[in-house]
Design a binder for this molecule. Sequence first.
Ligand SMILES: [Zn+2]
Length: 583
Amino acid sequence: MRIPEETIAKIKDETDITELVASYIKLERRGRNYVGLCPFHDEKTPSFSVSPDKQIAHCFGCKKGGNVFQFLMEIENMSFAEAAAKLGEPLNIKIDTETSSVKESDMTLIRMHDYMTDLYHHLLMNTSEGEKPLQYLLDRGFSTELIRSEKIGFAPNMSYFAKNALLEQGYNEETAYQAGLLSRNEENFSYYDRFVGRIMIPIKNHQGHRVGYTARSIDGSEPKYLNTPETEIFKKRELFFNLNDARKHIRKLDNIILMEGHLDVLKVKMTKVQHIVATMGTELSQENLNLLERLSSNVTIMFDGDSAGQNATLKVGDTLLKRGMNVYVQKIPKKMDPDEYIETYGKEKFEQFIADEQQHYLHFKAEVLRHESKENDMKFTQNLTLLANDLKYITDSLTAERLVATISSIFGVNKHALSGQIPAPVRQKSDYAVPGPVEQQLSLRQKKERYVTRIMMTNREFLLEYRGTLDANVLTYGPYYDIIRGLCAYFEVHTVFDLSLALNYLDPALTDTLIELDGMSIHEDVSHSEINDYLEDLSGIRNSENKKQELNRRLEIAERENDIELQIKLTQELIELNRIYKM
Ligand SMILES: [Zn+2]
């Protein structure tokens, strides 16, 4: 079910964007607007602007922001329904985020997971089948409290346990297969349980819905960990394990600890350290990286202490460093993983370790590379050059200076010599040019398209009348075309144009263009004939009329001269012209 349009409008009307933004960043008055440092990208001079009149907040650098919903979605990493629910709270407007933010077909898959999770959990906690796996978890140091709160369960040694349970609930096999809960025999298309004899650790998506499992075998069968396959609701490249629970701690501390193992995360969750997430594989996807960047610019990698963990740290560290993030490493000693560390030294020692031992990623990398260089002079030089090159990504001068001192001492070289090797700093994404007037950059045609879009934008009557003619041949500039399409949907529901509300109907990438159009003044009494004139011009009809006359003239000559071949050719051109520009 969608949230009713009146509810959205009411929340928007009763929420002040200036107050909302001011609860996240410091704002200063500038004329009719307020400005501040953008919360979505690093910058030294403010490009984030809040307009109380228009009720929008927008960054002219990274283009992020929008109306109250979009601002909150962006800064809290929420869905639209969640943002609406949060804004509705103080207004006593209740919004059911369960049903409104998720597609019904996805909701079915989620309900299946909720049902199976409860069943598996019950089996683990209350039955004789669950005794052995429960003991295993307790022996590994997981508390009953954590097992309960995470709803960890056990899938029994039966091929049709989940299948029968789901069929009994009225679900069909095919849907359970799509949910990743059943497997299929591709020869006879029979279905059977995917998870058999395994400890089931539910994986929540970023909205807190359980959408998949990490399933650990306890009888030594391979693979040790079996994950839910890619499904409509379980997309690994978009997920971090535990993000839903860690989000508020990440915001508060402005730091994310990135871990490898899901069980490690659960073990750490029993300590005071809560800003922890795990990747869903060893590599970070583009979606993962974008998400990390929005959550915090400080990432701490805490992978296993063995050599596989070290290699993964180098790979992920390089990627994050090159994205301009501040990367640290929490190096677990003696080749342990976080779980073993906690088991060996206890929770307090671990919390202390987290607080004290954050090493800059380049410090970590320098130690690894120095060790690897041994007495090999060529490797030594190569590795040092590599580090000098990495130093160009460090934009904070104090950090850079300290790292130069650390690295040169690890390699036993002169720090001035090392500084001299650092290439010119890369252009960081914070160096945005202040937007200048775009007027001159537009072609004459684009100006005409812009004018038509601007007229339609605030005139529902015209837009609905002309929507059929405003196709991609008329509005050749993609953003204008997309804006018109979005506004058609907007005006199906609303009678007057409201910049802030209209943003809900558009791709956020169009916000800039819509704001620019909104700032353009037009005279109010636009007539039909003026619009027709523009449309004739943009659609090419006017030119086609001239061309038609020319073709007819040549056709006459061809007829006079009895040139049949030319007559056929010209007639075909005329037909084609009429086909394209019929109105
Ligand atoms: Zn920005």
